[in-house]
Structures are given as structure tokens and as C-alpha cells.
Design a protein around this ligand. Structure first.
Ligand code: 56B
Length: 385
């Protein structure tokens, strides 16, 4: 649903983006893929809308900023915590990360929330997970040896890899335990069994099974691993979001710069990853708008149950909005080397930058708080995102 349907130019874009066709990821028939699901959600949403004017303005801003920063897959590799080697170990690292890459938010304040100490810094959120994995792989640990935490056969069972060891790997520097730690351990155990049964316990074999097709690899993950099968029901039909399956493919593409394990002929068929950070930024930019009941619920930091219609509307419209941003950018700049993945990465990083600005302002006052002070995100405890 759009809250200003009068914009013919963007309506044309919307219609073309709704054409779906073969660029709808993970499907043969357009209406059963992620884009088809996002379209169904968009058409049946009453609490989340996409502003055409906001989309046009945000597309111009994003393009300008991405160009200024020469934004590319290099941003992924540039982060100090991300692996740098172009080999199977990095593919294993990314699989392990995206198997567990969900829900890090906390009800506690900045000082008490789950955090990890590594390389002389405290890491929170997504980066806390990456720091845990890097720390476990480092040289001799208090456990007496480097822990092969990114080796899938290691996670198989309690005997080889007791829960107590995993609690050590994902230990907190605060009083709060890693959110949903029990669910993360279950994901590791499940994935280890599936990989051993169907992919010779090898992430490289899993990747090779898709023959360099991004959509096929997302399909294989959704079909083989229950914990990647991010599928729900909304307004009378199944909707496929597949966030962690898609971010796994995207991270491979970025980490390997489109070569080797990251080479996919159809990488532009991957959509944004419907988490809770990018919708937050899309709302801040005026692309997404919320009904008063939903806006009030989010502002009051109340949780939304997993599977609730509001959650599905937020996730589905975020996918649709990024597709529109992508098409708006390409309409104005046909040669732009920008896809939904890079827009998503950029919006996620922008959300984190803004969060840091607001935190500095809270602590030290001063600049950085212009415009909407807070940027609350929707709060759903879910293993899907
Ligand atoms: N849509 C989207 N969601 C992303 C990421 C990332 C990190 N990607 C890095 C790789 C390339 C980029 O440049 C980033 O540097 C994490 N997440 C999700 O956010 C949530 C964690 O949030 P917080 O608690 O604030 O850290 C959680 O659901 C997690 O799955 C992304 O890129 N896109």
C-alpha cells in the first residue's frame, strides 16, 4: 500500500518491480518467491505503507552517499572482525555466522546489555557474534586449545561439543547472557546433522550444490535446514522471507568479491534481509510509514509476537521498499552498480552509525541528534532475524 499513490513515475517503477518475472529470487513461479511474498504483503498491509515521495527522496540521498563513499563489497571485507582469507575457512565462518545471525537486542541499558570483550573493545549486537567466533578460533584459549567453532562436524553432539563449551564461546562481558543462546545452540546442532547427512559435513559442498546460482542456494538452505526456512502465513497464503538464507549468500558474495565461493550469476535476484535494523532506517528516512497503533506500539518499546501481522507487514514492506529504491536509483542512473544487497548493507551500517551518534549524544550531549531523536525498531524475539 502506498500513502501517496499519485506519483506516476514511481507507480511505473512499482508496477515494473511488481512484474517479478525471473528476477524474483528462490522460485520458478514468480508469486511464490520472496518478491512475490513481499508484493502480497505490500498489497494487503494496513499498518505499514511505502511513501513514493519518501522513496524518491531516499533513493537520491542513498545514491549520492553511496557514490561519495564509493560503497562496494569492499566495505564487508574492510571490517576488522570479518575474515579476510579467500578460502573454505571463510565460507565456514560465514555459514556459522549467518546460522546464528538473529535477534541481539536487549531490554537492558547500554552498560548492562549482552556484550563481548575482544581485541580490547566491547562488541554488541551482530558484532558480538562475530567477535565470539574470532575469539574462539584464536590461539590457545582458556579451554586449552583453539576451538574449531566454525567446523560443522564439531557441533554435532554434546560429547564432542558440550553446551558448557558453547556457553564459554558465547560468554558475556556483562551480567546478561547472549539473547536466545539455547535457540542458537539448537541451530548449530541441527545444521551439523543436516550437513553430515546431505553435504558431507562440508559448507563448500553445500555451496557447490547450487552451481553458482544465488536463488538455488537460498532454495537449498530453505529446503534442507529448518532453521533457515523463514516462511510464514499472512492474509491467506504462505509468505517466504528467507532472511538468513539470503544474507548468507550475500555475505559470501561480498567476502569473496563475487569470485570463488562468492560467484553467483544471479546475485541481483537476492533481496534485502528483513531484519529489525533496515526497517528502522527506512522509517527514519520517511520511506516506510506506520499506522498510529503500530507507531505507538513501537515507540513504547512493546514487543511484537513472532508471526504477528505487524511483524510480517514490517518485514515484507521493507523488502518491497528496497526493491523500489533499487529501481528508482537505476531509473535515474542506469549504469549504477547497486543492488538490493549493497543498499541493505549501507542502510544497516547507517542505522548503526545513527545509533552510535544518539548514544554519544545521550552520554556527552552536543551534536548529532537533529531530526527524530530516537529511532526505535520493532521488537520481536525470533530466530528468523
Ligand atoms: N538487513 C541486515 N541485517 C543485518 C546486517 C548485519 C551485519 N552485516 C554486516 C555485513 C555487511 C554490512 O556492511 C554489515 O557491516 C546484521 N544484521 C541483522 O541486524 C540485527 C542485528 O542488529 P544489531 O543488534 O544492531 O547488531 C540482526 O537481526 C542481524 O541479523 C546487514 O548487513 N543487513
Amino acid at each position: 500500500m502506498s500513502d501517496d499513490e499519485t506519483d506516476p513515475e514511481l507507480l511505473t517503477l512499482l508496477r515494473s518491480s511488481l512484474g517479478l518475472g525471473t528476477d524474483s529470487p528462490v522460485d520458478a513461479s514468480p508469486d511464490t518467491g520472496v518478491l512475490g511474498s513481499a508484493l502480497h504483503i505490500y498489497n494487503n498491509s494496513i499498518d505499514v505503507a511505502i511513501s513514493m515521495a519518501g522513496t524518491r527522496a531516499a533513493a537520491a540521498l542513498l545514491y549520492r552517499q553511496m557514490q561519495q563513499r564509493n560503497y562496494s563489497t569492499a566495505a564487508w571485507r574492510a571490517h576488522e572482525l570479518h575474515p579476510k582469507s579467500n578460502d573454505a575457512a571463510t565460507a565456514d565462518f560465514i555459514f556459522t555466522t549467518d546460522l546464528l545471525n538473529f535477534c541481539f537486542w536487549s531490554e537492558r541499558g547500554a552498560a548492562e546489555r549482552f556484550a563481548v570483550e575482544y581485541r580490547g573493545r566491547r562488541w554488541t549486537g551482530y558484532w558480538s557474534l562475530v567477535a565470539c567466533l574470532q575469539c574462539a578460533l584464536d590461539d590457545v584459549d582458556v579451554w586449552g586449545a583453539d576451538i574449531p567453532i566454525t567446523t560443522p562436524s564439531f557441533w554435532r553432539n554434546e560429547a564432542d561439543c558440550p553446551d558448557s563449551l558453547l556457553h564459554h564461546v558465547f560468554r558475556s562481558a556483562t551480567a546478561e547472557e547472549m539473547p536466545l543462546l539455547r535457540e542458537r545452540i539448537a541451530c548449530l546442532r541441527e545444521a551439523s546433522i543436516v550437513l553430515s547427512q546431505s553435504f558431507a559435513s562440508s559448507v563448500a559442498v553445500l555451496i557447490a550444490s547450487a552451481s553458482h546460482s544465488a536463488a538455488a542456494l537460498v532454495n537449498v538452505l530453505a529446503a534442507s535446514f529448518p532453521c533457515f526456512n523463514d516462511v510464514h502465513r499472512f492474509e491467506g497464503r504462505e509468505v517466504r522471507i528467507l532472511k538468513r538464507a539470503q544474507i548468507f549468500v550475500a555475505d559470501l558474495w561480498a567476502a569473496f568479491d563475487g569470485e570463488g565461493y562468492g560467484r553467483f550469476g544471479d546475485i541481483d535476484s537476492i533481496t534485502m534481509f528483513a531484519d529489525y535494523r533496515v526497517p528502522q532506517m527506512l522509517h527514519y528516512l520517511g520511506v516506510l510509514s506506520y499506522s498510529p497503533p503500530l507507531a505507538s506500539h513501537i515507540r513504547s518499546l512493546k514487543p511484537i509476537p513472532s508471526g504477528h501481522a505487524w511483524e510480517i507487514q514490517l518485514r515484507g514492506n521493507a523488502i518491497q521498499a528496497v526493491e523500489l529504491l533499487k529501481r528508482q536509483i537505476h531509473s535515474a542512473h542506469p549504469d549504477a552498480k547497486i543492488n538490493a544487497i549493497l543498499i541493505d548493507f549501507f542502510l544497516y551500517d547507517a542505522a548503526k552509525e545513527r545509533e552510535r551518534e544518539l548514544e554519544r549524544k545521550r552520554q556527552f550531549g552536543g551534536e548529532g541528534g537533529e531530526g527524530g531523536e530516537e529511532m526505535p525498531h520493532h521488537r520481536t524475539r525470533s530466530i528468523w532475524y
